[in-house]
Design a protein around this ligand. Structure first.
Ligand code: CA
Length: 228
């Protein structure tokens, strides 16, 4: 459980998120303006801030810089801007992750968990386990049903990224930004090629997927085949 601050001026988005993130065990505070959000972080603190970029009083990107000047609190920005330049810019200016509207509470929650795991001081995350797949993050090794997987560095990062969000479909664009730290060009087959290599090493294929599934026109997800 984490104490979250949601800075969002859209009442319907906000109330839905307060409820669904609350259902997932978080304590959720909210403000509808950037200034109130900044004040809340300074006065009450938060484990993580979800920041809408389109706020009535301060531009969200500007608020992000103001927050960063006074606090190390992790920030996930919620953006309606789906262009690579602004997303890269936000990540360079201190956002820990981003979601593009409209997003689901499940997707946001997976990102919240991943950002919190990365940011908790002193906390090591020794292993990610999804079904028979076990990933040792500090050791950068992975096993499937106890058998070590021989992965190249980028394959390991791709697998760890997907396994950190089990059941969540991530777009190739997000994978490109998160694993390669590069904007995604429509003709770029890099992600698909690495997914294909990864599948071979997991002993599966695109036509008979078990762990890694392609969702047509949307993206890729990693699942525990035992639970779907
Ligand atoms: Ca807004």
């Amino acid at each position: 459980m984490a104490s979250l601050l949601l800075v969002e001026d859209d009442t319907s988005i906000r109330s839905a998120l307060v409820r669904s993130l609350g259902d997932r065990g978080h304590e959720v505070a909210w403000t509808s303006t950037g200034r109130a959000g900044l004040r809340h972080v300074l006065d009450a603190g938060a484990d993580l801030v979800v920041l809408d970029l389109g706020l009535p009083d301060i531009d969200g990107a500007q608020l992000l810089r103001m927050l960063r000047a006074v606090s190390k609190v992790p920030v996930i920005v919620a953006t309606a801007r789906d262009d690579d330049d602004s997303v890269v810019d936000l990540l360079e200016h201190g956002a820990d992750d981003y979601v593009v509207k409209p997003y689901t509470a499940a997707n946001l929650n997976a990102r919240i968990q991943a950002v919190l795991r990365r940011s908790e001081p002193g906390r090591k995350e020794p292993c990610l386990v999804v079904g028979e797949l076990a990933i040792d993050l500090p050791g950068r090794t992975a096993r499937l049903a106890g058998r070590p997987l021989d992965l190249r560095p980028r394959e390991f990062e791709l697998l760890a990224f997907l396994a950190g969000r089990p059941g969540v479909v991530v777009s190739r664009r997000e994978i490109m930004a998160e694993v390669w730290h590069l904007p995604y060009g429509g003709a770029d087959k890099t992600v698909d090629v690495h997914v294909s290599w990864l599948r071979q090493k997991l002993g599966e294929s695109a036509t008979a997927p078990r762990i890694i599934h392609t969702v047509r026109n949307v993206g890729i997800k990693l699942v525990d085949p035992a639970t779907g």
